[in-house]
Design a protein around this ligand. Structure first.
Ligand code: IVH
Length: 685
């Protein structure tokens, strides 16, 4: 049969592509395309070669099992070849039914004869390893390689805590080859990548992040430097065996797994016996539902005929057993296209770039967005509009762009850059030194931060507006009853009672609370503005140092740095906040609405309110931690002591206060609660 030129060309192109991706995957551990895409190309070539057998050259990627032997590791010839396993093409639950039907046919079972007994297992997504034990001692660990010859990775495998160096218990066979999967847990993977990102950020060369846990595991196992391999957290599960000499006689696959478990080898608790297709379908469904909550990636389940005698009867086709099949789940990685990159503003003003994707079905759901986290991440991955990217969704982790496919980049695609002004409110965007995030500086004005800033303003430690909680703020903002802070003080009874679940009585209470809050102190007001890095203690320092708000608003960085405990980052943040015209307008309006406080003298002339006082803290305060209370007291000039004596000026007691409270009462030392502490700090006591 003559081969059409087109088929010849396509086969050549596919072979070249597959060689390239094989190398990226197996040698560099740096795939450029998801597995699903590789499989598609591989199948296309297989189909072409099946149609035109003359096309199949000996060097075709279809002619080997995959996995080159690395230079640098000794080669190991497997005593019993490490086989591959057939994949059921039907990914629906019905795939289990076709497998069972095939097994029954091959075993010559008639309808009405009892169901076949299977073992159902997880299909771990890592890499296959053979562990050779002689007289119970681990003597060698090898990768699969091409199935006949693998690599000796004993040193690296010995670093995996879960792999027993010595088997325990009775009847350990003199020779036992345990076969199983080395994998990396998802949490370990996230932590490793976090460390890698930090190294890269610190300027380390030759470091990279890993695309997925399997890649990270493969990289660690085949790491030539055992010191590095040791730092990579790996795990292991056994699912089979190679050579077994001596030891007990086994009848079933399940028995062998349980015996191995008894000898100290990790075997998953999710290994189950199943009778007939019905049980297999149930298993597939149950595992599919549990998939996201497992601590590691699986790419499907595996069904195996349990009886070893039946396994033997069925035998192999080429290098795959007829008695086992892999039944996959939807792939956790897919390729798609970045249609645009939008920047979102969070409730605290943080800017997050998000890639809008051409919808893609990955990990069982349709994904249309993936976060790029921050500018550094977006740059490191170099994701650009129009790029073809690999998207990964595994477990509860939100979908992520893990890599760009470089070959598919359009000419002229521009690198991503963060905007200089807030996409929501137009205020200036800043990135603080040493921080990864960009932030909008229009805290009081930006509608993205509206709810957050109102709640912060209203809280007890700030303006103390009783009754203005999260639900109410949500409702008022969503229904556009209030837009900015000053609107709070323009609320009328009729506007409030129109809200859901708001009676006239509670509306009146809220109005009274608002009215009361107008008379405040400068530290509370300053803290309530929600300036980044300005907590209660800094607010108090600022108020003490400058005496009045206008002086703070007009201070340059140098003047701000004169305030005790205010460093460059804090000074910069205060300065940027008051430079933003929008914020100043909001403050002016608040004052116009009647918000007021008594301004004092600048610090040089006014002593701190608690200078010379000794205070003791005991018990648990309702909102302040022990450290926060101590900071506040010290900022106000007090000395915080550990025990109560006649010299103690105040004891601040919270819940479950003990002997210190008794002592205070005994000595007649004034005892205050958190409210009293606040009044003391404000100089109101
Ligand atoms: S059995 C003779 N069981 O999937 C059958 N394989 O080709 C040998 N895998 O290379 C494989 N979990 O790395 C088997 N429970 C499991 C498995 C499993 C993961 C991997 C293994 C193998 C590949 C299938």
């Amino acid at each position: 049969m003559s081969i059409p030129a087109q088929a010849q060309e396509r086969a050549d192109a596919l072979r070249e592509l597959l060689h390239h991706h094989n190398y990226r995957y197996y040698v560099l551990d740096q795939p450029e395309i998801p597995d699903a895409e590789y499989d598609r190309l591989f199948r296309e070539l297989q189909e072409l070669e099946a149609r035109y057998p003359a096309l199949a050259t000996p060097d075709s990627p279809t002619q080997r099992v995959g996995g080159a032997v690395l230079e640098g590791f000794a080669k190991v010839r497997h005593q019993v070849p490490m086989l591959s396993i057939r994949t059921e093409t039907d990914i629906e639950p019905s795939g289990a039914i076709s497998f069972d039907a095939r097994v029954r046919r091959e075993l010559g079972l008639q309808e009405g004869e009892p169901p076949v007994e299977y073992v159902a297992e997880l299909k771990f997504d890592g890499l296959a390893i053979s562990l050779r034990y002689e007289h119970g001692v681990l003597v060698q660990a090898a990768t699969r390689g091409d199935g006949e010859v693998g690599e000796d990775v004993t040193q690296n495998i010995r670093t995996i805590g879960q792999v027993p160096l010595k088997l325990q218990g009775a009847h350990v066979p003199p020779v036992l080859e345990v076969r199983g999967e080395v994998y990396m847990r998802r949490d370990d993977f996230e932590r490793l990548n976090e460390q890698q990102r930090e190294k890269i950020a610190r300027g380390a060369k030759n470091e990279k992040t890993f695309v997925n846990p399997r890649n990270a595991a493969a990289g660690a196992v085949r790491q030539l430097d055992p010191a590095i391999a040791r730092q990579r957290p790996l795990s292991f599960y056994a699912y089979g065996w190679g050579e077994i000499a001596g030891g007990p006689a086994f009848r079933t696959h399940y028995e062998v797994l349980q015996a191995m478990k008894g000898w100290g080898v990790p075997v998953s608790d999710r290994v189950a016996i199943a009778h007939g297709a019905e049980d297999l379908v149930k298993y597939h469904q149950a595992v599919g539902q549990a998939r996201d909550s497992l601590p590691f990636d699986i790419d499907g389940v595996v069904y195996k005929v349990n009886s070893l005698a039946l396994q033997q009867r069925m035998g192999f086709v080429t290098r795959e057993p007829r008695w086992a099949v892999a039944h996959k789940f939807p792939a956790q990685e897919q390729m798609t296209v970045v249609e645009s990159i939008a920047v979102y503003v969070g409730r605290t003003g943080k800017l997050t770039p998000v890639a809008h994707l051409k919808p893609v079905f990955v990990g069982g759901v349709t994904v249309t967005n993936a976060t790029l986290h921050n500018e550094d991440e977006a740059r490191r991955k170099d994701v650009r509009v129009g790029d073809t990217v690999i998207v990964r969704r595994a477990g509860d982790v939100i979908p992520e762009v893990v890599a760009v496919v470089p070959d598919k980049r359009a000419h002229g695609a521009k690198p991503f850059a963060m905007p200089h002004v807030c996409p929501v409110c137009g205020s200036a965007v800043v990135r603080e030194e040493g921080e990864v995030d960009h932030r909008c500086t229009g805290g009081l004005f930006c509608s993205a931060q509206r709810k957050f800033s109102i709640l912060h303003f209203a809280q007890r430690r700030a303006m103390d507006i009783e009754g203005l909680g999260e639900k109410l703020v949500d409702q008022m903002v969503d229904q556009k009853v209030i837009r900015t802070l000053p609107d709070l003080y323009r609320l009328g009874l009729s506007g409030l009672v129109a809200l859901e679940r708001m009676g006239e009585k509670s509306a009146q209470n809220l109005l009274a609370a608002l009215e009361k809050s107008k008379h405040t102190t400068l530290p509370r007001f300053l803290y309530g503005l929600g300036i980044r890095h300005v907590g209660e203690s800094t607010a108090r320092d600022l108020a003490l140092h400058f005496g009045g708000l206008d002086a703070i608003m007009d201070a340059d960085i140098e003047r701000l740095l004169e305030v005790p405990d205010v460093g460059p980052v804090v000074a910069e943040s205060i300065h940027a906040f008051f430079r933003e015209r929008h914020n100043r307008e909001v403050i002016e309006q608040l004052r116009a609405c009647g918000v007021h406080w008594e301004e004092g003298e600048p610090a040089a002339r006014a002593p701190k309110p608690l200078t010379g006082k000794t205070v003791v803290l005991t018990g648990t305060l309702p909102t302040l931690t022990r450290d926060e209370a101590k900071d506040l007291l010290e900022a106000a000039g007090a000395k915080v002591a550990g025990s109560v004596s006649k010299k103690t000026d105040y004891v601040i007691a919270g819940a479950e206060a003990g002997s210190k409270l008794d002592k205070a009462n005994e000595l007649g030392v004034p005892v205050l609660d958190e409210q009293g502490l606040r009044e003391l700090l404000d100089g109101r006591a």
